[in-house]
Design a protein around this ligand. Structure first.
Ligand SMILES: [Zn+2]
Length: 117
């Protein structure tokens, strides 16, 4: 007969066959850890998005209209993370209220989302 081990502490579980944890403290700890690592994943994505937004906003503020891919990369822009795309123009990628439009020669046009009235 195989012994079942607690998913949290790994101790052999006594009692019911369907038990997954030795007790409530192991069960609670297991779910807390799972939630924490999930939260850490979200936080990482959020921080990349915030950094991407900051970079585009900074270029806009400096009056740069068409940064090159190189310029964006050097500033630390991460091309894997955007919040959404424009419905009308699928080549416009946004990070919250600022975005980029891919142009020929590895250039990008910076976009600023104007709030519709
Ligand atoms: Zn346990």
């Amino acid at each position: 007969m195989c012994q079942k081990k607690c998913l949290d502490c790994g101790a052999v579980i006594q009692g019911r066959v369907d038990k997954k944890f030795c007790d409530d403290s192991c069960r609670i700890n297991f779910h807390n850890q799972k939630y924490k690592s999930k939260q850490a994943g979200f936080r990482k994505i959020e921080s990349v998005l915030r950094s991407n937004r900051k970079i585009l906003a900074q270029f806009l503020q400096e009056g740069v209209q068409m940064p090159s891919k190189e310029m964006l990369e050097q500033a630390g822009f991460n091309f894997d993370y955007f919040t959404h795309r424009d419905h009308q123009d699928p080549n416009h990628f946004y990070v919250y209220d600022v975005g980029i439009s891919a142009e020929p020669d590895a250039k990008y046009i910076l976009l600023k989302l104007i709030k519709k009235p």
